[in-house]
Design a binder for this molecule. Structure first.
Ligand code: GLN
Length: 224
């Protein structure tokens, strides 16, 4: 007889960035799911960790050039790309993770960033400026599903660390979830989007107490 309990195996790429914070937020969000669902978080550090029974993957921030190099040196590029392509898998990239998911990168470093070619967008690295221009600001959420998540955290804030932004989308199936602007960059740009099973945010929800984005990601996994 099939067990009623369902385990969602979710990986977090543990190369750079706030992978521990992502794990904490993911487990906090998982408490909002029904009792029969268990979330099992695993660290993805080499090719043997990229398995087909893993249903979700978070690619944290960091330095997209360094992450690219690590993936290349460890023969993880192609297996990861194929894993992400699978319709049964849900991927979320934050900051550098968003850069890696995007098909086209502006302001690329020499040698270039590797692309998982999962999002039909043009992403601009360091859109908001350098490290000193890192900031925390309100997000303009344009997605009703996100807005309907009630966890007592109001409003939606975004922590931006040398963050990218999406300059444009190149396919109508890319759904815009969040926009932001600053005094220096007053024109609102896309900082959160989704295309099918792929989610991308330019900011770092894992560095706040707000786990609504993690819950949204878990729901994407459940709805796939
Ligand atoms: N600017 C970094 C890059 O290009 C991303 C910064 C971040 O992930 N916090 O990779």
């Amino acid at each position: 007889m099939q067990s009623k309990n369902r385990t969602l195996k979710i990986g977090i790429l543990e190369i750079q960035g706030a992978f521990l914070e992502h794990k904490i937020s993911l487990l906090a969000a998982a408490k909002e799911l029904s009792d029969d669902v268990t979330v099992d978080v695993i660290g993805v550090r080499n090719v043997s960790h990229i398995t087909s029974d893993m249903v979700g993957l978070i690619i944290p921030g960091g330095e997209s050039t360094a992450i690219s190099l690590f993936l290349r040196r460890n023969d993880m590029e192609e297996p990861l790309k194929n894993w992400v392509k699978d319709k049964d898998h849900v991927t979320w990239g934050t900051c550098a993770g968003m850069i890696l998911l995007s098909k086209v990168t502006e302001n690329q470093k020499k040698g270039g960033q590797y692309s998982l070619e999962a999002l039909d967008v043009v992403v601009a690295r360091n859109h908001f400026g350098r490290q000193v221009n890192s900031f925390e600001g309100d997000l303009n959420i344009t997605d009703p599903e996100l807005l309907s998540i009630q966890t007592g955290n109001e409003p939606f804030r975004g922590v931006f660390i040398r963050a990218p932004a999406i300059s444009r989308t190149t396919n109508p199936s890319v759904k815009i979830l969040a926009c932001a602007s600053t005094e220096d960059k007053p024109e609102a740009v896309i900082v959160g989007c989704r295309q099918g099973n792929v989610l991308a945010t330019a900011f770092h929800p894992e560095l706040t107490e707000d786990f609504r984005w993690h819950l949204y990601f878990l729901r994407m996994i459940q709805q796939r």
